[in-house]
Design a protein around this ligand. Sequence first.
Ligand code: G4P
Length: 528
Amino acid sequence: MNPQLSRDIDKRRTFAIISHPDAGKTTVTEKLLLYSGAIQLAGTVKAKRGRQFATSDWMEIERQRGISVTSSVLNFSYKEHELNLIDTPGHKDFSEDTYRTLTAVDCALMVVDAAKGIESQTKKLFEICRMRQIPIIAFINKLDRPCKEPIELIDEIESVLGISCYPITWPLGQGPDFRGVYNRLEKNLSAFTPGSDQSRQVPVAKLDLGDPNLNEFCPPELISALVDEIAMLDGAGADFSRESFLKGNLAPVFFGSALNNFGIETLLNTLISLAPSPGSRPTKTRVVDPHEEKFSGFIFKIQANMDPNHRDRVAFLRICSGKFERGMKVFHSRLEREFRLGRPTQFLAQDRSLVDTAVAGDIVGVHDPGKFLIGDSFTEGEKLHFTGIPVFAPENFARVILRDPLKSKQLNKALTELSEEGVLQLLFPFHSSDKFLGAVGILQFDVVKFRIEKEYNLAMDFVILPYTLSRWVSFEDKNLLESFEDNCREQLCKDKDGHTVVLVDEAWRLKYVQEKFPKIALSPTAPI
Ligand code: G4P
């Protein structure tokens, strides 16, 4: 083991930001960049709807709508640590891309709007984190506005998401009375000054709860309420356990206001002190330790046409072990051949820069010669296949109507390529020679239409199908599968790998199928 390489790897923090739209994810992202020194002035990244566009708005459709449909990756340094942040789409609709992002990270930062609490999209994303046992840090945002009671928010996270919480900071007042947060581990109070310049770093005064000047800064009744609440929190639960956090069983919670830059520095410090460094990753044959000297990694996302001047495809690679060097030849385990990974790129704000080296934990974009698929593994020669990049069951379905039926061959090519990129799932119904498109989010169909028209020059329309859920079907006994297939042909499709998928229009029908065929296994993710 190379000690320098090990030290470099341990300084990586690779995390995703998850939230419901409008909770403040973009603002948090931007302020993390501001406080890390990656940008000097906030206001350069944030998309102002219809005016300026976010870093992740690579695709034209995003520009047209002022939304973000693909997740973007940002790399920045903070206190000698290298942080890889993966943003997830901010639109109410989201795609498989959002889910898959979570396979490439070691931790997730969950942003919650203090007035709204846990909203639907946060819940969905959280469930994926849970499934993958990803540690979660919660940031309750917008304390400068009237909001729910902090204790109510904690109860909500615990009951709706089913995870225990440990509030590390606790607010002193809220809305117009918001005066700061008390840090239960550091045992001091960070004072909030409303009305500061939001585009630059704001110095924060740290006070002791026993400080005689405290009353000048805040009404005594707020302080006594805080003292009571802290006593209640301390009395109610055990000490903070990093071990429970790392297992995904306990979420440290922070309160703040991203717009006012308040609480951001604490988050950054938490990311480097509490969040995990790159961990081991399972493959079909063995577990890969990040400190192994030999390079390995997998593709979790493929993005076409990021640069409108070049028709390029960029594959996003999560490095799982060792060190990646520019120009390096690597072994592609599925195709069993070597590739030289060209133009390794990292991303910050609107800029891309070529990287010379990257180590386990890092995310780099590499040129995809059109041969790579999501989930592909690369090594220095060993035949490894990283597991755990699930394909998630679509919840939206459509058929394509081609305006010029003579172009069906081109359409097939377009659909196959887009499905390889993970933009859609292709399903082949049992009862017809049609092709169904499946997507986790309905907006994905707009993306598909836009890209087919623009990139493949094919005019087409969609007919939305009435199904709302799907599950992969398996039986231990192959004969049972056959009789099931005979019984339910109308509702069945094959996916591109030949696995059987059942489509239903309402959730109760799945229950019905399960009751009728008790030996059936219905899975929300595709078999690996
Ligand atoms: P998102 O990426 O999760 O969708 O949220 P985003 O950061 O875009 O924030 C949504 C809105 O909430 C924005 O206002 C943003 O300025 C505001 N916001 C974020 N953090 C805070 C906070 O701590 N306090 C308050 N009061 N507001 C906050 P907007 O008016 O929708 O957009 P904009 O015109 O300000 O960009």
